[in-house]
Design a protein around this ligand. Structure first.
Ligand code: NAP
Ligand code: G4F
Length: 335
C-alpha cells in the first residue's frame, strides 16, 4: 500500500486529493495546524480515514517529525497562505509559509525520505503581468503580489532541489480552480454564495472589485488528478494545468445569476458599474473600490498542451458545470 503525506489537507485541493488517493488505496497522512477549536475543514467527512499529524510549514522540526511518522512514498505540498489580497496585509507570513516553508519540507524529505516523490503547488499568479498569451511552461514569470513572489521562490527551490540533490520534485503551475469547497473570500465562491442569498432574499447586493480581470477557471476535482499524474511519471517535470479558456469576473457573475434562474442587466462603467435584476429593477451587483488590489493580474489564460500530451490529463468539468454546481451547492447551504 502506497503512503502519501498531504500538507494543506484541510483546504479545497487537499480534500479532493485525499479523496482521490483514498479511492486508489493509499494510506493518507495529513498535516494540520493546531487551532483553539478543532476543525477538520474540508476533510471532516473523511477524517476517520486520514492519519493527522500536527505540524506547521514554518516549523522545520515539526515537518521532520511528520515525514518520520508517515515515511511517505509521495508528498503533496498544498499548504499555503493562498489568498492573494491578504498577501499585501501579511507579506512576511506569506513568505514564511509559501516560500521558506517549501525549503523546510524539501529539507525534511532530503534528510528523512529522499526517495519520496514531491509535488509543489505552484501557481499561474507567478505569470502576473503576463509576458505572453497563452501562458506555457516556457513563459517568463512576472509576479504582481507578495503571494506571487513567495510562490515563485517555492517554484524555483523545488526545481533547484531536483537539479541539486536529484529529488523527484515536480511543480504544477495550476491556473485558478474552484469548487463547492472554495473559500468564501475568493471571487467565484463570493459570487455564488451571494447569488444564492440574493435569490432566497437573505442578501440584497453583491459588492465586487475589478470586473475586468480575466481568469482561466477550472474545477479542483480535475486539477488534483493532474497532481497525482505528475508523480506517476518516469521523470520529474513541471506542468501548466489550465482549461485554455478565459473569462472576466463579470462573465462569472452573469453565469452564476443565470444558474440561479435570474436575469441581470449591466449599467455604467468602471467604479460606477452596477447590475440590476430585470424582474424588479433592484440593484444586485455594484463595484466597491475597497476590493481593488494594489497591483492586479489582469489576464490569465493557460495552455494545458504539455500536460495533455505527456500526462494524458484532460479537464472533464466544463465551465458551465463548475458554476452550476457551485450555485446549487450554495442554494442548498442557504436553505
Ligand atoms: P486553501 O483552500 O486556502 O488551503 C490552504 C491549506 O493550507 C489549508 O489546509 C491551510 O490550513 C493550510 N495552511 C496554511 N498555512 C499553513 C501553515 N503555516 N502550516 C500548515 N498548513 C497551512 O488552498 P487551495 O485552493 O486548496 O490551494 C492549495 C494550494 O494550491 C495552495 O498552495 C495554493 O496556493 C495553490 N494554488 C491554488 C490555486 C487555486 O486556484 N485554488 C491555483 C494555483 C495554486 P488551515 O485549514 O489551518 O487554514
Ligand atoms: O478569486 P481571487 O481572489 O483569486 P486570484 O487572486 O486569482 O488567486 C487565486 O488563484 C491563483 C491562481 O492564479 C492561486 F494561486 C491563488 O491561491 C488563488 O487561489 O480573484 C480573482 C480575480 C482578481 O483579479 C480579483 O481582483 O477577481 C478579482 N475580484 C474582483 N472583485 C475579486 C473581487 N476578488 C475577490 N477575492 N473579491 C472580490 O470582491
Amino acid at each position: 500500500m502506497k503512503k502519501a503525506l498531504i500538507t494543506g489537507i484541510t483546504g479545497q485541493d487537499g480534500s479532493y486529493l485525499a479523496e482521490l488517493l483514498l479511492s486508489k488505496g493509499y494510506e493518507v497522512y495529513g498535516i494540520m495546524r493546531r487551532k483553539s477549536v478543532v476543525d477538520y475543514g474540508n476533510v471532516d467527512h473523511i477524517k476517520d480515514r486520514i492519519q493527522f499529524i500536527y505540524a506547521d510549514m514554518t516549523d522545520y522540526v515539526s515537518l521532520v517529525n511528520a515525514v518520520k511518522k508517515a515515511m511517505p512514498d509521495e508528498v503533496y505540498n498544498l499548504a499555503a497562505q493562498s489568498f492573494v489580497a491578504t498577501s499585501w496585509e501579511q507579506p512576511i507570513a506569506t513568505a514564511d509559509i509559501d516560500a521558506v516553508g517549501v525549503t523546510n519540507i524539501l529539507e525534511a524529505i532530503k534528510l528523512i525520505k529522499p526517495d519520496a516523490r514531491f509535488y509543489q503547488a505552484s501557481t499561474s499568479e507567478m505569470f502576473g503581468l503576463v509576458q505572453e498569451v497563452p501562458q506555457t511552461e516556457k513563459t517568463p514569470f512576472y509576479p504582481r503580489s507578495p503571494y506571487g513572489v513567495a510562490k515563485l521562490y517555492g517554484h524555483w527551490i523545488t526545481k533547484n532541489y531536483r537539479e541539486s540533490f536529484g529529488l523527484f520534485a515536480c511543480s504544477g503551475i495550476l491556473f485558478n480552480h474552484e469548487s463547492e469547497r472554495r473559500g468564501l473570500e475568493f471571487v467565484t465562491r463570493k459570487i455564488t454564495n451571494a447569488v444564492a442569498k440574493i435569490k432566497t432574499g437573505h442578501q440584497e447586493c453583491l459588492e465586487l472589485g475589478n470586473m475586468e480581470a480575466k481568469r482561466d477557471w477550472g474545477h479542483s476535482q480535475d486539477y488534483v488528478r493532474a497532481m497525482w499524474l505528475m508523480l506517476q511519471q518516469d521523470t520529474p517535470d513541471d506542468y501548466v494545468i489550465a482549461t485554455g479558456e478565459t473569462r472576466t469576473v463579470r462573465e462569472f457573475v452573469d453565469a452564476a445569476f443565470q444558474a440561479a434562474g435570474m436575469e441581470i442587466e449591466w449599467h455604467g462603467k468602471g467604479v460606477e458599474e452596477y447590475a440590476v435584476n430585470t424582474q424588479d429593477g433592484k440593484t444586485v451587483v455594484k463595484v466597491n473600490p475597497h476590493f481593488f488590489r494594489p497591483a492586479e493580474v489582469e489576464l490569465l489564460l493557460g495552455s494545458p498542451k504539455k500536460a495533455e500530451e505527456a500526462l494524458g490529463w484532460k479537464r472533464e468539468i466544463p465551465f458551465d458545470e463548475l458554476v452550476t454546481r457551485m450555485v446549487a451547492n450554495d442554494l442548498e447551504l442557504v436553505k
